[in-house]
Design a protein around this ligand. Sequence first.
Ligand SMILES: O=C(O)CCC(=O)C(=O)O
Length: 283
Amino acid sequence: MSQASNIMRLVLLQLKGSRDKTANVLNAINKIEEAVKKHQPRLVTLPECFNCPYGTKYFREYAEQIPDGYTSQQLSKIALDNQVYIVGGTIPELGENDAVYNTCTVWGPTGDLLGKHRKMHLFDIDVKGGIRFKESETLSAGNDFTIISIDGHKIGIGICYDIRFEEMARLYRNSGCEMIIYPAAFNMTTGPLHWELLQRARANDNQLFVVTTSPARDTSAEYVAYGHSMIVDPWAKVVKTAGEGEEVLAADIDFALVEQVRQQIPLFSQRRLDLYSTEKKSK
Ligand SMILES: O=C(O)CCC(=O)C(=O)O
């Protein structure tokens, strides 16, 4: 693909996880290699918590330093060997002062770490008769926005629950992003109702591509992921969606669509900033 091209080929890997970290990482590595051979993507994305079961009791045990830990080193090598960008899902990260984060790493074709996003909004919910989850029992929240650039296109990174916070997506749009990628693991309570809705809403509000990558559904797991990894375009149209099992989703997306939608429905020059605003604060 030429550097100036607006077309980018994506591969989303919806992967099944297990309690065996090494097996999970090797599965991801093998699937990346196969997908590169078959589809020649520019960018490959992985699911949230792809090397670890999704559960607060597991995060510290599976946590690794970034970029020195095993999973980071494997992702760096496979990106370099295959000359591909990788949005490496998420892994539990062992950070400063012994804090643990739910973190997405992004790797370039040189094997370099291009960015690291720590989930900003921790998934603490209690839906009666549905699901209770409290990430803050063991995780700390990140404080930084993460934008990477691929072939001149800015891409914002968020993680799962982050998608519910429209201000974050707006700030990415205001910073020039044309796509937001969310590694994510919705569940069987909120998934059917909110998964597609939130993606189409963020895409529609901000006139950009939204990409999510979920683990495959495993009904024997303690946390059952919804699946349905998805690509939504700036018209809020679902371009491609996976089912529930392990799946490889490949698609060419055209960034020219971003400008077309923004010109035809010029929300961002029509906003009444004299009456309201969304502002970034530093912490
Ligand atoms: O927002 C939701 O319903 C699910 C969020 C989630 O599973 C997560 O943040 O990991």
